[in-house]
Design a protein around this ligand. Structure first.
Ligand code: SAM
Ligand code: SF4
Length: 340
């Protein structure tokens, strides 16, 4: 185990030798959908507006992370397109001296409206979440009748060149687990890069139960009833295991966070919408960057304080998320607050 080497090498290396290049930034915990596996229909425990980082504060922290070795920034939430300053945030990140690659994870409800502006501002790719091809089921799973807005949003993103267009799907037993094959068929026909995500114990409603989750093995076997899947070599730090479909070049991914954890290769750090810096989605600790940004000291002292947090939080990262340990305790905040 080595010491953190950030200062000499501008790499964020933790005590297990993992180099951190990917920063997930939550822009808001609020959302325009209520996916059942994410937040209850009547959820109302929102972060107060005054606690949300401003455009300026976000760009300051992201800039310091980029200086420290981050090369990829993914904007997420909650629903990141609910931020009215979204194009400005992207443009300002893109204007940083060492501009990182910028991507966005969204439910796509507002995507048709903003796709071209975001592309012009410097956004490179989007991941859209869509769990079903059936509008009625979509309404049941999200508590909103907005299926067609998602499809229009995906088409607008493709037309704007926000490609490859990735689509993320969570399968739930007895709800939409009969859609693995139709979703992949549809993805192949429409040039979507599809990934299935195992349901994780991070929902605000505490509904997750291991016996009820659809596992990566089950998803793979189901897909293999119709498709020939061959593993794509060299996965690197990517969370998805990718498979060529019918010999390629099209692929499908499975993100098996629960049953096949990929923590040993993790390169991700996280900033919550209220300015808490984290080293893992499942971390029980987070460190308050917002307090430093809003303290009554000079900008250079603030920058030094934030740099120290980036360094110490990276250094404190545990070897794994521990979901499968008998004493696992989930984080105090749901995925929508941490940033998925
Ligand atoms: N609202 C945006 C969206 O849905 O794409 C961004 C935030 S959302 C939390 C990010 C991703 O997390 C989505 O693909 C969603 O399906 C996934 N997600 C949410 N809750 C989950 C859970 N309990 N287990 C696995 N994935 C989950
Ligand atoms: Fe909203 Fe995304 Fe959570 Fe669905 S998964 S409720 S779209 S934050």
């Amino acid at each position: 185990m080595g010491e953190l080497r950030m200062s000499e090498t501008t790499e964020l290396v933790d005590t297990y030798g993992r180099v951190h290049r990917d920063l997930r930034v939550s822009l808001t915990d609020r959302c325009s959908l209520r996916c059942t596996y994410c937040m209850p229909a009547d959820f109302s425990d929102w972060i107060a507006n005054e606690k949300l980082l401003s455009t300026e504060e976000l760009v300051t922290v992201i800039g310091l992370c980029v200086d420290a070795g981050i090369t990829q920034v993914r904007l997420t939430g909650g629903e990141p397109l609910l931020r009215r300053d979204i194009a400005d945030i992207i443009r300002r990140i893109n204007e940083l001296p060492k501009a990182p690659r910028i991507s966005l994870t969204t439910n796509a409800l507002r995507l048709a409206e903003v796709a071209q502006d975001l592309k012009n501002a410097g956004l490179q790719r989007v991941n859209v979440s869509l769990d079903t091809l059936d509008p009625i089921r979509f309404k049941e799973m999200t508590h909103r009748d907005r299926f067609h807005d998602v499809i229009t949003g995906i088409e607008a993103a493709q037309a704007a060149g926000l490609t490859p267009l990735k689509v993320n799907s969570v399968l739930l037993k007895g709800i939409n687990d009969d859609e693995a094959i139709p979703l992949l068929r549809h993805a192949l026909e429409n040039d979507w890069s599809l990934r299935f995500i195992e349901q994780m114990p991070l929902d605000a409603g505490d509904l997750w139960a291991r016996p009820a989750m659809v596992t990566a093995d089950e998803i793979q076997s189901e897909l293999e009833r119709e498709f020939d899947l061959t593993p794509v070599p060299s996965r690197g730090s990517a969370p998805a295991e990718e498979f060529y479909v019918n010999g390629g070049p099209a692929t499908v991914g499975i993100i098996a966070s629960v049953t096949r954890p990929f923590c040993a290769a993790c390169d991700r750090l996280r900033l919550t919408a209220d300015g808490q810096f984290r080293n893992c989605l499942f971390a029980r600790d987070e460190t308050d960057v917002r307090a430093v940004l809003r303290s009554d000291v000079s900008q250079s002292e603030k920058d030094a304080g934030v740099r120290a947090i980036i360094e110490s939080v990276t250094k404190a990262k545990l070897p794994g998320h521990g979901i499968n340990d008998p004493d696992f305790i989930k984080p105090d905040r749901p995925m929508s607050a941490i940033g998925g």
